[in-house]
Design a protein around this ligand. Sequence first.
Ligand code: FAD
Length: 286
Amino acid sequence: MIRNKYTGEDVIFSCEVFPPKRDDDIYEIFQTLDAIEDLKPDYISVTYGAGGSNSKKTAKIASYIQNVCDVEALAHMTAVGMTRENLAERLGELQKKAVKRILALRGDKPRTMTEEEFEGREFRYASELIREIRDFGDFHIAAACYPEKHPESPDVETDLRYLKEKCDLGVEELITQMFFDNEKFYRFREKLDQIGIRASLHAGIMPITKVNQLGTSVSLSGSSVPTALSNLIAKYAEDPAGMRQAGIEYAIRQVEDLMKHGVTGIHIYSMNKADVTREIYSEIAG
Ligand code: FAD
């Protein structure tokens, strides 16, 4: 927990890492985790490769977080690429490793999967996976949410209806898609309140430390980019060190503003960069 220096309340602080593509690079992520561990985050989440690729690495890294770093691990898991049979196997494996938290997601179609395979998946939505995990028992379940709506959703109200369905199945925690405009988050939070969603809400903050980051993960997320941020990117197009610093400062300003507005959870999309996470943490921890 960190202390909100504006309200005096506790704020859940967490971050996300992803498994490296090459098996040989797994030790690099362990080093990153060693460097994050002493910030004592409330949990560290580990992503799951599209369609279940890398799932063994997710479990291995989650186990390292839980058992070596002694920090709560949150293992991501997707419906895409999952069958009932291998779900039971994956859950059993996580149980054995004492990993108790799961972020249950639908996932997206990986490039290597045909449309037919994607459409024929056993669990259609995150909610179906959540139901199955809940019935298996003994897991703390988290889910994703989208302050600017999920890109495939026709409108915010429809998206929220399905989000409520996930929460009613027993989701205890919601982690937002990255957003760069806090006003969007505040409006979303109000709507959750109005429809009776009480799960703990964690604001997903992505520090933009490289000019090309917007072209990849951000454009896929459907999150809007305010002029202030696109101006920074234009300004530092030829200055990587300047971009890094400006991106960290943007993220810090975002978090400070969220804290002033009484946010109770901050989740940093760390992109496996311990130094960036540490710089943000040291500014925001009260
Ligand atoms: P769902 O909640 O199933 O929603 C998907 C869409 O279907 C939405 O438009 C929703 O409105 C609609 N919908 C939901 N239920 C129904 C229903 N019953 N009937 C009709 N429509 C419905 N992807 C990965 O592959 N690996 C990861 O590790 C990963 N981590 C993520 C972490 C976070 C915090 C976030 C925000 C996203 C992450 N993603 C990850 C991406 C995620 O898999 C995609 O955004 C995916 O497109 C949607 O997943 P979801 O769990 O939100 O889906």
